[in-house]
Ligand binder design. Structure first.
Ligand code: CJB
Length: 757
């Protein structure tokens, strides 16, 4: 039965405002979702995460529900367009980067595989900040994505819980966003909020009174945590998330007949990074309140919980001073102290204690002791956890450690964002790959078919042209679609080394000044937000923006090299950029990128990786073989050895390599200053590189430049390059999040799929 949008708008579509049309299609989707129903089963997974970077939902839901073509046609027949509606739709900004986008891919796959599961998190009103560029610098403004009210995005369930903090309590409201599975039933994202939130407490840009918890609790994802009030607010947020989750989980399990001793038969919890860690002591607290002994409560909770580690960077392995917990959640501290006593009784090794000698509480240590599973997110990352970062834990609990290499949903990152490639694949091997991603391997049969290779190139050119048009029409940026599109898009962090790419670009410029020009014009795209308090990351953005002005001001060089730093990079922009990419820059310092998931999206869309042997790049290299990836740089073992010996001196490289020296000097040179460069920012960046370079940019510089030059030369053999593209798409099947989720389920959660479609 065809659903008519007019049944939802109540008037002809050509008379509707964009908002009326948007709400009409949204309500149509809501009804279709409810009619499909939800995956159910005795045991349910609660995937608790501080971030769900879901992206725009309308088209994705239409695709998953099989309504896309029909709705598109109804709109077209009335002279309206789905593409316009997509532009009008506001992107929910409930996440920051890879961690949040992974959670969003996971809920899609959970629904698609028929697994009973909820995503559980917070309904931040402003989410992550909106990035603006002024005077070659990033500034931040609130991203008021909920401006049309909760109801345009989520349904209030009418369910409320009480959450106690030190000295006061708050009442929550639970909201739901439907998660449509592809050709299957649906799942739910359950987001908690406080009714007392008051957006007027925002003072200036993104600063606000951090002490008024009732008014600011869910205002921003990641409040500025450069001061103590900001850090304590994180504790309030995290506890609010898990105290709600714990009540929901216990209530639902009991409603299904659990006597709580058997909670693990009814519930599995996945703790996504350390942010939801307090769910462990909170559940133990609640179970003991119900008369279950402390020891048994530990066993129950351990059987329920699994923990995923997403990084070896110390900054993200949260530790909270005991005083913060005492202030925000005093009822939890005695439980955490008892857990510490439990650990101390069994293990003497200082590294594995929960509370250290300085009274800091190590959240990851709680997770590892009191979960039954600890996983890393790529093969290399898990090995580093076992052998280096968490080695003392691995010695105690070898059986807990396992790897679950990340994945991406092929519905959003293939079908939705790359319709041209999708049509070509569908007409070649059918459309089963959308659900059974390994099918893509069949494309390899075409690797020596010149006609097919031509078609792949034509698809890429079409996508580059589309992105070029988008930049011109929506952003006023002109790029050359026949140039090589060289793309690095991800959060701005020193370990991801946008600065390495920048130094390479500066060297290309320096070569041009000496009369050596590239074979073909190159456009280098960066997309990245820097955390507001991360000074050096913002300096790197400033350097990139300033250098792009240097190029624009030079009539000769600008024909050959253009640097575009895209403002406010987000999921929607990624969906346009990734299908247009020729080169996928994955150049983190080996050992530091836990997995990466952008690398997988680019690969699926036929970009060729230029990367270090880090994170999931290692597995990409294994899958595509050495002819279809360009790797360079130190190995993770070498990097780890340098850190251990503390023997890296960046200045030695600077002094030894004239090309590097020239590029580094350029940062603080006249041309940068003449084009809006700020001596303070650029001086600090240069000083950081020369005196520290903690993420070892310089040792990899030469190899990076040589490898990139080889890659650009190979790009000129168009047929051979298109074979590389094909081999990347054909071997991307392993990186479907359906595979990842199936593995989590088999090894950790043991949920029964709801096959009653
Ligand atoms: N990651 O995005 C974040 N935020 C954190 O706080 C810690 C890690 C990223 O998680 C992704 C999903 O697992 C990884 O692919 C990525 O390497 C990691 O940086």
């Amino acid at each position: 039965m065809t659903r008519l949008i007019t049944d939802y708008t109540g008037k002809p579509l050509n008379e509707c405002t964009e908002l009326e049309l948007f709400n009409g299609v949204l309500n149509l989707v809501n009804d279709a979702e409810k009619e499909k129903g939800y995956n159910t089963g005795k045991k349910k997974l609660y995937y608790i995460s501080a971030e769900f970077l879901i992206g725009k939902l309308l088209s994705n839901n239409l695709i998953n529900l099989g309504l896309y073509q029909d709705v598109k046609k109804q709109l077209e027949d009335a002279g309206r367009s789905l593409a316009d509606l997509e532009e009008f739709e506001y992107e929910p900004s409930l996440g920051n980067g890879g961690l949040g986008r992974l959670a969003a891919c996971f809920v899609d796959s959970l629904a698609t595989l028929g697994l009973p599961a909820d995503g559980v998190g917070l309904a931040y009103h402003c989410g992550l900040f909106k990035q603006n560029f002024e005077n070659n610098k990033q500034s931040e403004t609130p991203d008021r994505w909920l401006q049309w009210g909760h109801e345009s995005w989520m349904r209030s369930t009418g369910k409320h819980y009480t959450v106690d903090f030190g000295g006061f309590s708050l009442t929550s409201t639970m909201y739901e966003i439907g998660v449509t599975g592809y050709g299957s039933k649906c799942g739910k994202l359950r987001l908690f909020d406080v009714d007392t939130l008051d957006e007027r407490v925002i003072r200036d840009q993104i600063s606000f009174d951090k002490k008024q918890i009732a008014k600011n609790l869910t205002l921003f994802l990641y409040p500025d945590d450069s001061d103590e009030d900001g850090r304590i607010l994180r504790v309030y947020q995290e506890y609010f998330m898990v105290a709600n989750a714990a009540q929901l989980i216990l209530e639902e399990a009991q409603a299904k007949g659990s006597n709580l001793h058997d909670l693990a038969d009814y519930a599995a919890i996945q703790i996504n990074d350390t942010h939801p860690t307090m769910v462990i002591p909170e559940l133990i607290r609640r179970l003991t309140q119900k008369g279950i002994s402390f020891e048994e409560s530990i066993e129950i909770v351990r059987a329920v919980c699994g923990y995923t580690n997403h990084t070896i960077l110390a900054e993200a392995l949260e530790t909270w001073p005991r005083a913060y917990l005492q202030k925000a959640v005093p009822q939890l501290l005695p439980v955490i102290e008892k857990l510490q006593a439990y650990v101390a009784e069994r293990y003497q090794e200082p590294f594995v204690q929960i509370i250290d000698g300085n009274d800091n509480v190590h959240m990851a240590n709680i997770d590892i002791h009191f979960s039954h599973s600890v996983n890393g997110v790529a093969k290399l990352h898990t090995e580093i956890l076992k052998n280096t970062e968490l080695a003392p834990f691995y010695q105690i609990y070898p059986e807990k450690f396992n790897n679950k290499t990340n994945g991406i949903t092929f519905r959003r990152w293939g079908v939705m964002c790359d319709p041209a490639l999708t049509s070509l694949i569908n007409e070649t091997i059918g459309n089963d790959w959308i659900r059974h991603a390994d099918d893509l391997k069949k494309l390899e049969d075409k690797k020596d078919d010149p006609d097919f290779l031509q078609k792949i190139l034509a698809v890429k050119q079409e996508n580059k042209q589309n992105f070029t048009d988008y930049l011109k029409n929506y952003r006023g940026i002109e790029v050359d679609p026949s140039s090589v599109f060289d793309v690095q898009s991800k959060r701005l962090h020193e370990y991801k080394r946008q600065q390495l790419n920048l130094l390479w670009a500066i060297s290309v410029y320096n070569d041009m000044v000496e009369g050596k020009f590239p074979t073909r014009p190159i456009t280098v795209f960066f997309g990245a937000k820097a955390a507001p308090a991360y000074i050096i990351a913002k300096d790197i953005i400033h350097a990139i923006l300033t250098f792009s002005k240097v190029l624009d001001a030079d009539p000769d060089a600008s024909k050959w090299l253009k640097v575009v730093m895209l403002e406010n990079y987000n999921v929607s922009l990624a969906e346009k950029l990734i299908p247009a990419a020729d080169i996928s820059e994955q150049i983190s310092l080996a050992s530091k990128e836990a997995s990466g998931t952008g690398n997988m999206k680019f690969m699926l869309n036929g970009a060729v990786t230029l990367g270090t042997m880090d994170g999931a790049n290692v597995e990409i290299a294994d899958l595509v073989g050495p002819d279809n990836i360009y790797t360079f740089g130190q190995s993770s073992d070498e990097v780890i050895a340098h850190y251990k010996k503390a023997d890296y001196v960046s200045r030695e490289y600077y002094e030894r390599d004239p090309k590097l020296r020239k590029a580094v000097d350029f940062l603080t040179g006249d041309l940068m200053m003449q084009n809006g460069g700020d001596p303070e920012n650029l001086g600090r960046l240069s000083h950081e590189l020369l005196s520290k370079d903690w993420f070892m940019t310089f040792p990899d510089f030469e190899d990076y430049c040589e490898t990139k030059a080889r890659m650009l030369a190979d790009y000129e053999d168009r047929e051979s390059w298109s074979r590389k593209m094909l081999m990347n798409t054909a071997n991307a099947g392993f990186f479907s999040s359906d595979r990842t989720i199936a593995q989590y389920n088999e090894d950790i959660w043991h949920l029964t799929p709801d096959t009653d479609k």
